[in-house]
Design a protein around this ligand. Structure first.
Ligand SMILES: Nc1nc2c(ncn2[C@@H]2O[C@H](COP(=O)(O)OP(=O)(O)OP(=O)(O)O)[C@@H](O)[C@H]2O)c(=O)[nH]1
Ligand SMILES: [Ca+2]
Length: 522
């Protein structure tokens, strides 16, 4: 007969309790670890979309842009995207100098559109900025009080909108260049560190990105407006000969030494005015044969206001007629020679210049060319990417286009606004002359220029860079990433879960003591 095992029961119970206690402790530890890791890794949790509005008050017209970004990724690069663009009806705000009180109300329709795009609960917190460019710079030179009145009118309208008004001002040419450069490099992902770049998903625009730069390099920016044009690029020249053209940035932990210059009066509309003002010096009567317009094209211009513009006032002459009749000739070569005179290469006080005695360091790297550079080259089918066309192909296309009679052009492109269509010949030749004669691009580096309108969903231009800067969304240092890499995070979570499951299983086995295990356990 077996003896009753009374004496052996007590120690068995206490060791089970001990094991259970240890298991409970381990499970608590595992649960705490799981919660702690999940909280640190994923904070802040809610997906909150933020919005920002920038109005680009250009010389030819005003555009309103709405941007959005996830609040928790604010300091990452490439997260802000354009979700809306609204073209304001009518002229640019500088066109309201004779009725400044009408400048503000002209923006109302686009502000209404912004109200519909942005959820109403977020209107109050959404910043709105207005930056005016060369048209207003010219108006300020010509009539400062009119410029002030226009700015105050647009300020009043923006202040009465439900958004968070942050100011309406004329930005400098330097800012315009710098923010354009920041915009395109932000959108192209050029500020990303190598590791982020490797993590980034591959999509169509990445191909463009790779053609635009090699890793960790930036692209230069070429902006052609109606009244001014900007050139901005990283220059490795150690000492700048002209400090006013030099900018220093520290972005995402990297230093950038950037050259920039804005040429007032060299936007494509003012360049045409300058050209006509020169032509008027030698004209014999009110009829002006013009090689930069198509044969058969005619345009009449009023002389009375012509020389009030600061871009033409130096060339003021007394003329015996009040209207000038332009008759197109469609002659590429003559037009090119005519336009070339706008770039004075006769005197350079530095080691190298672009034109008009302005310092230009050696051109470096790729360039993104946008605004009218893109509108014109896109119309002429000359924006081919990822393999840009050779310069001789570009020249011959523009030459052929200019030689086409106006009637034929008008019929072929009847859907295009006559103002734009009639000037593509002049604009194409002006672009070639600015890039070749002005900045001295040659057939060897021409293909470094990439004509681009948008990058993904966002327009290339200064507005995004302006907003990123004013909302402090570009940190000087690279923001700290999550405490663990995604791989380690997942690994740790799996490990903790395994510990927890094993502990629970073990506890269950102890409590229920299946027969097969009873002997082995105690
Ligand atoms: N073909 C074409 N031309 C355009 C278009 N939009 C603007 N333009 C013209 O292209 C030139 C430059 O336009 P923008 O870049 O908007 O110039 P802006 O900002 O008004 O002028 P700035 O104050 O000098 O920057 C002007 O002559 C405009 O009339 C367009 O969609 N197509
Ligand atoms: Ca512009």
């Amino acid at each position: 007969m077996d003896e009753p095992k009374v004496t052996g029961t007590k120690p068995k119970m206490s060791s089970t309790r001990m094991i259970l206690l240890i298991l409970a402790f381990l499970s608590t530890l595992a649960v705490i670890a799981l919660i702690a890791v999940a909280v640190t890794q994923n904070q802040p949790l809610p997906e909150n979309i933020k919005y920002g509005i920038v109005l680009d008050a250009g010389s030819s017209h005003t555009n309103l842009y709405v941007y959005e970004w996830p609040a928790e990724k604010e300091n990452d690069t490439g997260v802000v995207k354009q979700v809306e663009v609204c073209k304001v009806e009518g002229p640019g705000i500088s066109g309201y100098s004779h009725a400044p009180e009408k400048a503000g109300p002209s923006l109302e329709q686009c502000l209404q559109q912004a109200k519909e795009v942005i959820p109403s609960a977020q209107h109050k917190e959404t910043p709105v900025y207005l930056g005016a460019t060369a048209g207003m710079r010219l108006l300020r030179l010509q009539n400062e009080s009119a410029a002030d009145k226009v700015l105050s009118s647009v300020g009043n309208t923006l202040r009465s909108a439900p958004f968070n008004f942050q100011g309406a001002r004329i930005i400098t040419g330097q800012e315009e260049g710098a923010y354009g450069w920041i915009t395109i490099n932000y959108l192209l992902g050029n500020f990303k560190q190598l590791i982020n770049l490797l993590r980034a998903e591959t999509s169509g625009w990445k191909k463009l990105l790779h053609s635009l730069k090699s890793l960790s390099e930036t692209s230069g920016a070429l902006d052609l407006g109606g009244a001014s044009t900007q050139i901005t690029f990283v220059s490795k020249e150690l000492t700048s000969e002209s400090p006013e053209n030099q900018l220093y940035f520290r972005l995402y932990g990297k230093d950038y030494q950037v050259y920039t210059h804005s040429f007032l009066c060299y936007g494509k509309d003012q360049a045409l005015q300058q050209k006509l003002a020169r032509d008027l010096q030698t004209v014999e009567n009110s009829l002006l044969p013009d090689p930069c317009f198509h044969k058969g094209y005619e345009r009449t211009i009023n002389i009375s206001d012509f020389f009030k513009n600061p871009c033409t006032s130096e060339k003021k002459t007394q003329l015996p007629f009040s209207q000038l009749y332009i008759k197109g000739e469609g002659d590429y070569q003559k037009c090119r020679e005519n336009i070339q005179n706008l770039f004075d290469k006769s005197n350079c006080p530095y080691s190298s210049c672009s034109f008009n005695g302005i310092y230009l360091p050696p051109l470096q790297g790729d360039f993104g060319a946008f605004s009218a550079f893109y509108f014109v080259m896109n119309f002429l089918n000359l924006t081919s990417e990822p393999n840009p066309l050779a310069l001789n192909k570009v020249t011959s296309t523009i030459e052929r286009f200019c030689a086409r009679p106006w009637q034929e052009v008008k019929t072929a492109y009847h859907h295009i606004k006559e103002k734009y269509l009639s000037e593509y010949c002049f604009s194409g030749i002006y672009i070639l002359s600015l890039l070749e004669n002005g900045y001295e691009f040659t057939e060897n580096n021409w293909q470094m220029i990439h004509f681009l309108g948008k990058i993904e969903s966002s327009d290339a231009g200064w507005t995004l860079g302006y907003m990123l800067n004013l909302t402090n969304m570009i940190p000087a240092e690279e923001p700290a990433g999550p405490p663990l890499s995604h791989g380690s995070y997942v690994g740790l979570m799996v490990l903790c879960s395994l510990v927890l499951v094993s502990v629970l299983l073990f506890a269950w086995l102890l409590l229920h003591k299946p027969k097969c295990l009873q002997k082995g356990i105690v």
